[in-house]
Design a protein around this ligand. Structure first.
Ligand code: PLP
Length: 403
């Protein structure tokens, strides 16, 4: 029988057919390697027949609480619902404003709307793509109640700067830490740097499920209790004790946002390999930087900008800034190399926020990032040889343009 190599070694050693496609994301090898554990966990769920309200979600929550150091992990059905429930549990009232960056995944801002609030956009920092605390200060109004920094790609936002503004203005800090599993500030995990945060287990995230799933992280007992009630129609938790005469007391108009046990079964198995996966991503990221730094046309590589002091770099997405970004992406696509544009449109120019009255030019740094950013293939199954091929093709593209 073929010997099973540990994940990272396997990926490092693999030498695919020359010129074979390099997908933007795949986890086929990870799944193959983890299959015995995944199958055992899934079989437990199937044999018991408890697909909702089973015990495996709670088991995963406890395991993730240990891994992150969170007092509470509440499993839900997506990162987006995690944001909506967190905002409501943290006390957002109808019409309250929440400051969010203009450069992020759209769910950062749509979740504010779904929770009954109003998003207010701020620009990002010069380097590193996090919300700019000075911009938060500039756009906040007396109706602003919260600020939601986002930790994008490989680093934390400037949390010290955000907290300084939040303290001065009396704002609650909640984190969109959907991409930030493993990122820590002086040892404290992302999502626990304010009132609470979220994780997304969308399949392509660093810890991915086999469908949609997410979680709320918090050290606040009351927030955790509310999220537990809100994910299950507004029922459950300690709140039940307050209404002893009513069976199935529904204390809040909640959602049906529970995590499925089958997702928890997969995530529980994959959590055991998360540290190895993160280490492999760090190797790949460093290799990309070393190869791409200095190529004319490559305007910025992630390693050029240091994280904020005390913050670890944990790469979810390896994002470069590139001259003629769309032409480069087309060149790579024609050679079977997958890339993604994170994020193609700044949120203040999205049609769903047209009523907020913004125009091009309002948040120049967010707009510049949208125009130049290109995410390269990066996942624990990527081989060194495939990474080198991506870099060779980028080099060829710009050499051809300059010839
Ligand atoms: C992935 C992501 C989300 C949404 O998570 P889903 O699980 O896909 O709903 C929210 N915010 C950011 C920054 C994300 O990257």
């Amino acid at each position: 029988m073929e010997k099973t190599l540990p994940l990272a070694e396997h990926a490092r050693a693999r030498n695919r057919t020359k010129g074979a496609p390099v997908p933007f994301f795949t986890q086929a090898d990870t799944f193959r390697e983890l299959w015995p554990e995944i199958r055992a966990n899934c079989t437990r769920v199937l044999d018991r027949g408890k697909f909702s309200h089973g015990s495996v979600v709670a088991e995963f929550e406890r395991a993730l609480a240990r891994w992150t150091g969170a007092a509470h992990v509440v499993g839900v059905n997506s990162g987006t619902d995690a944001l909506v429930l967190l905002l409501r549990a943290a006390g957002l009232r109808p019409g309250d404003e929440v400051v969010v960056p203009a450069y992020t995944f759209v769910a950062t801002a749509t979740s504010v709307v779904l929770a009954g609030g109003v998003p207010v956009f701020a620009d990002i920092e010069e380097r590193g793509y996090g919300i700019d605390p000075r911009s938060v200060d500039a756009v906040a109004t007396p109706r602003t109640r919260m600020v939601m920094p986002v930790h994008l790609f490989d680093r934390l936002a400037d949390m010290r700067g955000v907290h300084e503004v939040a303290r001065r203005r009396g704002l609650t800090v909640v984190e969109d830490s959907a991409e930030a599993i493993g990122m820590r500030l002086d040892g404290t995990h992302a999502g626990l740097l304010g009132t609470g945060g979220v994780l997304s287990f969308f399949p392509a995230k660093t810890l991915g499920a086999i469908g949609d799933a997410g979680a709320v992280l918090t050290d606040d007992d009351t927030v955790a209790e509310s999220v537990r009630a809100l994910r299950h129609h507004g029922r459950g938790g300690r709140t039940l004790d307050h209404f002893p005469g009513i069976s199935n007391a529904t204390v809040l108009p909640g959602c049906n946002s529970k995590m499925d046990d089958i997702q928890a079964a997969v995530l529980l198995a994959k959590l055991g390999r998360l540290d190895a996966g993160i280490a492999r991503r760090a190797e790949l990221s460093a290799r990309y930087d070393a190869r791409l730094r200095g190529i004319p046309g490559v305007l910025a590589v992630p390693g050029d900008a240091a994280p904020h002091p005390g913050g670890d770099r944990v790469t979810y997405v390896h994002l470069i800034e590139a001259e003629d970004r769309d032409a480069l992406a087309a060149h790579l696509a024609a050679r079977g190399i997958g890339t993604e544009t994170y994020y193609p449109t700044p949120l203040h120019l999205q049609p769903c926020f047209a009523h907020l009255g913004h125009r091009a030019g309002d948040f120049p740094r967010a707009e510049a990032a949208c125009a130049a950013a290109l995410a390269l293939p990066l996942h624990a199954d990527l081989s060194d040889a495939d990474l080198d091929r991506v870099c060779d093709e980028i080099e060829h593209f710009y050499a051809g343009r300059r010839a």
